[in-house]
Design a binder for this molecule. Structure first.
Ligand code: SAM
Length: 378
C-alpha cells in the first residue's frame, strides 16, 4: 500500500470505530479481514495511525477524516499523504472540519483523581499454580520480570497466545492489578467462593488456583456469551468451577441456595472502564455521564445481590476497573452507611481511598482499580 492508501484506510477504519460499540482492536481486525491485500507492515502502519488519533482526541471526532486532518496539520509527512491519488484521501482543504479538544473529554478529566494514563500498558502474565510454578515458567520468558507472587511482566509485547505455556494452561494473560484483586479475596482451599460477575473468567481461573481446586467455586454472570468463553479457558487451565448463568431481574432467586454460605464473594462489578483506558483508549469515546450514572445503579444492584450470600465472618470483595469515586469508594461508603454489621479490612497494597484502596497506572504500574475488602460480622 502507498502511504496515501494507508492514511485512507486509517480514516475508513476510524469511521468504523466511531460507528461501532465494539472495541477498536476488533473493528481493526475485521477491517483487515476485508482488506486481505494489506501486508503486515501496512497493517502495523495503519494501526499506529488509528491509535495516534484515538489517543490524541478525548471527545469522539466528527469523522475519521476530521481526526486525521487535525493530526496532519501538525505533521507534514502525514499531510503529504492527502494527495487525491487513486487510493489516497482527497486533498486537505483549509476550512474543512478538524477534530479539536484535549486528550480527555472535559467532563471526565474533571472527575479523574489522576491524569489518566494512555501510555501503552505492559503485558502481565500470571503463572497458573495448578499447572506450574513461576520458577518453572520464567526461563521461557527471559525478558520478563517477576511481579507479586505469581506474575511475570513483559514490557515489549509478544504473541503469548502462540506459546506452548499458554496453550497448555501454565500461564494466563492478566494485568497485575487483577491478580491483586484475587489476592484481596484470600480464597483458601476447601471454602465456598462466589465470583458474582465472572464474565469470561479472568479472575475465576486465578481463584481456582488459589483454592487449589478444593471446595466450591461458583462463577456467575448475566452474559451468556462471556460465560461461554469461560468454559474452554477453565478446561485449558485445569480449573474447576460451577458456572451459573443468571437472568437479569431473577438473580436473587437463582442465588437463594447460596444464602449465608459463601466464605468469599467477589464482585468484579460492571463499570466505566476508566482504569483501563491505556488498553482501550477509544472506550472514552463511548462513555457519557449518563452511562456512568446507569453503571452506579447497576453496581448497587449487584452489591445488594452479593450481601446475603456472605456467611457471618466471611468477606465481600468489591472491585471496579474505574478511577471514578462514585463507582469505587463512594459506592462502598454508601453500602457501609446503609447496612449494619460490615467493616472494611485493610489491604496491603495500593493507596488508601475511603474504605478501600486505589491502584493506578502511574503509581502502581497496573490498570486503575478501586478495591475494598469487607467483613461481615459474626
Ligand atoms: C468487569 S466485568 C467482569 C470481568 C471478569 N470478572 C474478569 O475477570 O474477566 C463485569 C461483569 O459483570 C456482569 N454483570 C452485569 N450485570 C450483572 C448482574 N446483574 N449479575 C451478575 N453479573 C452481572 C457483566 O456481564 C460483566 O461480565
Amino acid at each position: 500500500m502507498t502511504p496515501a492508501a494507508r492514511t485512507r484506510t486509517a480514516i475508513e477504519l476510524l469511521d468504523a470505530i466511531l460507528a461501532s460499540q465494539a472495541g477498536a482492536d476488533t473493528v481493526i481486525a475485521n477491517g483487515f479481514k476485508a482488506r486481505r491485500y494489506a501486508g503486515s507492515k501496512d497493517r502495523r502502519a495503519v494501526r499506529e495511525l488509528i491509535y495516534r488519533a484515538i489517543r490524541r482526541f478525548g471527545d469522539p471526532p466528527a469523522s475519521g477524516r476530521a481526526a486525521m486532518a487535525a493530526l496532519a496539520d501538525a505533521d507534514d509527512v502525514l499531510a503529504a499523504t492527502f494527495d487525491g491519488s487513486a487510493y489516497g484521501p482527497a486533498a486537505l482543504l483549509p476550512d474543512e472540519p478538524r477534530a479539536t479538544g484535549g486528550v480527555m473529554p472535559a467532563w471526565l478529566a474533571a472527575r479523574l483523581p489522576d491524569e489518566a494514563s494512555l501510555d501503552r500498558a505492559p503485558l502481565d502474565l500470571r503463572v497458573n499454580r495448578l499447572k506450574a510454578t513461576r520458577d518453572e515458567v520464567s526461563p521461557l520468558f527471559p525478558d520478563a520480570t517477576p511481579v507479586g507472587s505469581d506474575g511475570l511482566r513483559l514490557t515489549d509485547p509478544i504473541n503469548v497466545e502462540a506459546s506452548d505455556a499458554y496453550r497448555d494452561g501454565r500461564i494466563e494473560v492478566q494485568d497485575f492489578g487483577s491478580q491483586l484483586i484475587v489476592e484481596a479475596c484470600a480464597a483458601a482451599p476447601a471454602t465456598i467462593v462466589v465470583d458474582l460477575c465472572a464474565g469470561a473468567g479472568g479472575k475465576t481461573l486465578a481463584l481456582a488456583a488459589a483454592m487449589r481446586n478444593e471446595g466450591r467455586l461458583i462463577a456467575c454472570d448475566t452474559a451468556r456469551d462471556r460465560l461461554r468463553r469461560l468454559e474452554p479457558r477453565a478446561q485449558r487451565a485445569g480449573a474447576e468451577c460451577e458456572v451459573r448463568l443468571l437472568d437479569g431481574g431473577r438473580e436473587a432467586e437463582q442465588l437463594a441456595d447460596l444464602e449465608g454460605l459463601a466464605d468469599v464473594v467477589l464482585i468484579d462489578a460492571p463499570c466505566s472502564g476508566t482504569g483501563t483506558l491505556r488498553r482501550n483508549p477509544e472506550a472514552r469515546w463511548r462513555l457519557t455521564p449518563e452511562r456512568v450514572e446507569a453503571l452506579v445503579v447497576l453496581q448497587r444492584h449487584v452489591i445488594d445481590l452479593a450481601l446475603p450470600l456472605v456467611k457471618p465472618g466471611g468477606a465481600l470483595v468489591y472491585a471496579v476497573c474505574s478511577q471514578l469515586r462514585e463507582e469505587g469508594a463512594a459506592q462502598v461508603e454508601a453500602l457501609l452507611a446503609r447496612e449494619a454489621g460490615w467493616s472494611a479490612a485493610p489491604l496491603p497494597f495500593g493507596t488508601a481511598d475511603g474504605p478501600g484502596i486505589r491502584l493506578s497506572p502511574q503509581r502502581d504500574g497496573t490498570d486503575g482499580f478501586f478495591v475494598a475488602r469487607l467483613i461481615k460480622a459474626c
